[in-house]
Ligand binder design. Sequence first.
Ligand code: UGA
Length: 454
Amino acid sequence: MAVIADKCPDIKVTLVDLNKERIDAWNNNDLNKLPIYEPKLKSLVEKNRNKNLFFNTKIKKSIEEADLIFISVNTPTKERGLGSGYASDLKWVESSARTISEFAKNHTIVVEKSTVPVRTAELIKKILSNSNLSTYNQPSSKTFSVLSSPEFLAEGTAIEDLENPDRVLIGGEDKEAMEELSKIYQKWIPKDKIFMTNLWSSELSKLTANAFLAQRISSINAISSLCESTGADIMEVAKAIGADSRIGAKFLNSGPGFGGSCFQKDLLNIVYLCRHYGLNEAANYWEQVIFLNEWQKSRISKLVIETFFGTVTSKKIVILGFSFKSNTNDTRYSPSISIAKDLMENGANLFIHDPKVTKEQISDSLDKKNEQINGKAQNSWYFEKDLNLIFKDAEAILILTEWQEYSSLNWQDISDLMRKPAWVFDTRSIISDNDLSETQINFWKIGRGIISDN
Ligand code: UGA
């Protein structure tokens, strides 16, 4: 919405939320306190806030005034009830639709921006069409058009992705409403990148894009393990296959497994939908992408433990990076979470660093609140903001997020500080083979295996 406000000065963009604390944070004078860290977002908010970009909790008034409403609520995997563990929980989409149906006036275009299972627009349409009858069963003056326009931005590059998207989808039945939305995008996106589809193709394309991206990562991660066993180098293999224009060079970085709030949720959704329609082979195929991802995470913690002959009890292990990728403070489904838990389960003392993630976020992910004794969590992890202090007496360093600052560390100094035998495990391939060759550190890299073992 900050990008829409920036590109369309003639449009008033209002963001509403039930959560006052969050809205207050978006209105904070200190732009460093915005709720999300995302490169370039701060300056966009600074430039447009209170000009044509507003944040408030006046839901009724804002809906009444709106010509077009984007539903942008989260749709997490259901944790209970029918489809739990697979299907998306649509309660927030549903309650948004009900609120819109209650307060909207005249004609309103309602756009699904959240990632939703295919055919969710049907639910929204049903809820909205009920408001065509007033309390006394007389037709009311409100009308709606429902469109699907899913979002393809990735965290860390969100503003760039929005300003220069590969494509934008508008799915719908009402041509006039589709044109209205297209006119907004056309303010900065060439018309040939705006695809008009039917509602269901638009909804399913979003899930499918994420499933294909996740599948690519699981594919390259499966090959990374084979490289480690055979002497092949994953970087060389990725370059070789990526040069084939049919495969393409992007999204071929092997790593500790994909994280983030989207890939796993969307894959589970596809698995659920396939099973729902009796397509079990298709469901099993996509589920395998998730299994491989789980295996990739667990094989990394196992490898660290096995390097220390099966025991990491009381060893100081440094974790570099807790967000699920660089340039974001988002930790949802970060591979660091399960790898850290596995290591703590085996008795390791973890010292965790991340340039943007807070200690509270790490605690939310790692501490089992019900297992606190005297208000203290029983897990042994420590948060250290200062990279100059974290390495002393460490026996292993695991690089789990590809933050820029980790690729320019002084390994000679770090080597002097570590307890020997010392190991570095680079799961993001950000250190080159020679960087550690003059040090006393043993070095393992994803998709390469052991590079030096002193
Ligand atoms: C993903 C999609 O890339 C977006 O197009 C989509 O809009 C978004 O989900 C969404 O549905 O909202 P995001 O999860 O923000 O975006 O980030 P990605 O860049 O896709 O990374 C996801 C995970 O895959 C990260 O853990 C990342 O480290 C990992 N990854 C990515 C790799 O391990 N290797 C790669 O080559 C690329």
